[in-house]
Design a protein around this ligand. Structure first.
Ligand code: SF4
Length: 684
């Protein structure tokens, strides 16, 4: 029974990077929208409405738990839990050194919480800290950071409504970013903006599109190179922009001149004339905006995919002006902010490389420590850390992530989790708490105060609508206590505002922001110290790396990792509107479960017929990494040769099928191309 007081207070939805304003609704006991900086009419999607269900759920973790001699988790006092953590982390530190510790930060928690957790890691002497951004858009950030100097949306949701053409690649905003789609994209489309949708599936987004290119999973580069070749061939380039704002056009022009558009379209699995028409629509537009999603980024060649996309924007002069640019649609509600404030293994707050002596010295100055206290060697990324458990990583702190569902190649991950002393800090028992040695009960979104940064770089405030249940504590209080217990720093902060004040000094792109100035609105980065306001459209006169020009890059196709045998299909994964990430929170909402039935495998009618599969039949999906059984959904919405499942469930656990080959630069795993065999489950 929930005996807490619940009062409405303006907060931010925890479920996606759109960042809608939501609060407790006394009349319904659920959440409702307020007129926030993004959802200006107070509109929310079904997940937003159900967001309070998790806050009041009876299965919330309300006391710490410790695994005892009988192998089971038992309730414990906070002091007992902290003593166990101090003892185990201390022993590991003494025996194996700081890089034997690992910290999983959380892209659905606040900037202040993530900032403090990366501070804990670095003051322990390791850069072994990462967050779930590694798994969704690290490749986008790597490519955009290298070429443009900032791994974030180039434009704002407001100015993007001025575009004449939207090129939506590997994203399904109608389902995954519903308020952006309905309140920004759809009205523009109704006013005449053309939309091109590149996706192996026909989705709700496709219904609003003028062009659909159902690309073969893993073949984005030939498709984008062919579109770029058409743009050059048909004189649709912006010669003035190329001369003034780019370098290395010559090698790209020569490369594109040798691209056989028909052959590349065929390799990408799309009709050459459809591809040409889409390239013309993009190239002829006065202002054309690219939206990119995980269909592009979650490949072992994700960084190369995004580089090919950036070429298209530069060729047509679609950077640095309203209604244009390259705009990654971020997944979790603070995936942008978690990276901004340094919860990454190779960069400090504000994306300053850990190898940069000046950056470390500046950070040490803010923290009042010797610069030598901040390690210079990049840490492990999230997937690398799971592979290293039991070998070089011996103790890990998992903050509000469900790695036993979200990481690829789960059979391997779950074996590795057994090898490590694991602390899990979360709000519900999850698949990951089953591997925990200590479980710490934290706070849900409606119990938090602090800031989050949405997909178009707006920093907004969360405010508590209630208090944590039972003996659970706020996440910020828990991380401060962790810092006090395992580092030499006192982690003395009176409030999230005080943490924010420090993080703005440590994070130059947030340098001019003041907590009290956010109010019910937002502040947008980059907002350096001394500036009067943040910057809306990036790269107008100079790219964020400081140069006036960005380079073109020749991007060659990279073959998928999994060989596809004659009878194999290619599994790609994604989301549905009702659920969020591993489903650990949304699967607890009766409302959402009612809206969404059981998981299915989408399969094309021709592929189903060839295997004797009827709609609704149970099928086995298998490869060398694992197998799941699931009901078949026979539909022409998925292209021939491909099948689709979501990753929101533990059963079927799609990530036993996905591989863990990593992008060489961003270390993002290959989630979108796994060769599988599909067959009817025999009744015998
Ligand atoms: Fe929440 Fe995203 Fe839905 Fe807005 S669109 S209510 S932020 S899940």
């Amino acid at each position: 029974m929930d005996d807490r007081t619940h009062e409405p207070a303006h907060s931010i939805c925890p479920f996606c990077g759109v960042g809608c304003g939501i609060e407790y609704a006394p009349a319904s006991g659920k959440a409702t929208g307020w007129r926030g900086p993004v959802n200006r009419k107070g509109e929310v999607c079904p997940k937003g409405v159900a967001a309070y269900d998790a806050v009041t759920d009876d299965e919330r973790l309300t006391t710490p738990r410790i695994r005892r001699g009988d192998g089971k988790l038992h309730e414990a006092s906070w002091e007992e839990a902290w003593k166990r953590i101090e003892q185990e982390f201390g022993t590991v530190l003494d025996q194996h050194g700081p890089d034997s510790l690992y910290f999983f930060a959380s892209s659905n928690c606040t900037n202040e919480e993530n900032y403090l957790l990366q501070k804990v890691a670095r003051l322990c002497g390791t850069n072994n800290v990462d967050n779930c951004a590694r798994l969704c858009h690290s490749s986008t950030v790597a490519a955009m950071g290298a070429r443009f100097g900032a791994g974030a949306m180039t434009n704002t949701l407001d100015d993007l409504t001025e575009a004449d053409c939207f090129l939506v690649v590997g994203a399904n905003p109608a389902v995954n970013h519903p308020v952006i789609f309905r309140s920004y994209l759809l009205p523009a489309i109704k006013q005449g903006t053309t939309m091109i949708h590149v996706d192996p599936r026909a989705t709700d987004t496709t219904e609003a599109a003028d062009h659909h290119l159902p690309v073969r999973p893993g073949y984005d580069i030939p498709l984008l190179n062919a579109m770029a070749a058409v743009v050059v061939e048909e004189g649709l380039v912006d010669a003035g922009f190329i001369a003034d704002r780019t370098t290395e056009f010559g090698p790209l022009k020569q490369f594109l001149g040798e691209v056989d558009v028909d052959a590349a379209a065929e390799q990408a699995g799309v009709d050459p004339e459809d591809l040409r028409a889409a390239a013309r629509a993009y190239g002829e537009a006065d202002a054309a905006a690219i939206f990119t999603g995980m269909g592009m980024s979650q490949h072992h060649c994700g960084t190369a995919n995004v580089h090919a996309l950036l070429n298209l924007a530069l060729l047509t002069g679609n950077v640095g002006k309203p209604g244009s640019g390259v705009n990654p649609l971020r997944g979790q509600n603070n995936v942008q902010g978690a990276g901004d404030v340094g919860a990454l293994p190779s960069v400090l707050p504000g994306y300053r490389p850990v190898t940069d002596d000046e950056g470390r010295a500046d950070l040490a100055d803010v923290w009042g420590v010797d610069p030598a206290a901040i390690p210079a060697a990049p840490g492990l990324t999230e997937v690398e850390a799971t592979h290293a458990m039991g070998e070089s990583v011996h103790a890990a702190y998992v903050f509000a992530e469900n790695v036993a569902v979200t990481e690829p190649n789960q059979s391997r991950v779950r074996e590795q989790l057994e090898e490590c002393f694991l602390v899990v800090h979360d709000i519900f028992p999850s698949e990951t708490t089953e591997y925990a040695d200590v479980v710490l009960p934290g706070s849900a979104w409606a119990e938090k105060e602090g800031t989050v940064t949405n997909t178009d770089r707006q920093v907004m405030r969360m405010r508590p609508n209630t208090t944590p249940p039972g003996d659970a504590r706020t996440d910020l209080a828990i991380i401060r206590e962790l810092g006090r217990r395992i580092t030499d720093d006192a982690f003395e902060y009176d409030s999230p505002a005080q943490v924010f004040a420090e993080l703005t000094r440590a994070t130059p792109i947030y340098g001019g922001m003041r907590y009290e100035n956010i109010g019910d609105g937002s502040l947008r980065w980059p907002f350096p110290e001394g500036a009067e306001s943040g910057t809306d459209v990036l790269h107008v006169d100079r790219f964020e790396h400081g140069d006036r020009t960005a380079e073109f890059r020749v991007v060659e196709h990279v073959d998928p990792v999994d060989p596809v045998a004659e009878d194999d299909l290619v599994l790609t994964t994604g989301r549905v509107i009702e659920h969020f990430n591993s489903g650990a929170v949304t699967r607890r909402s009766d409302t959402l479960l009612r809206l969404r039935g059981a998981e299915t495998l989408q399969i094309h009618p021709d592929d189903a017929e060839a295997r004797g599969i009827e709609d609704g039949e149970t099928v086995r999906v298998e490869n060398d990494r694992g197998a799941v059984t699931v009901a078949a959904e026979v539909t022409p919405a998925i292209r021939r040769g491909a099948v689709f499942m979501t990753f929101h469930d533990d059963d079927p656990l799609v990530n036993v099928l996905t591989g863990d080959t990593l992008d060489p630069e961003a270390k993002i795993p290959e989630y979108k191309h796994s060769a599988v065999r599909v067959e009817v489950v025999s009744c015998d």
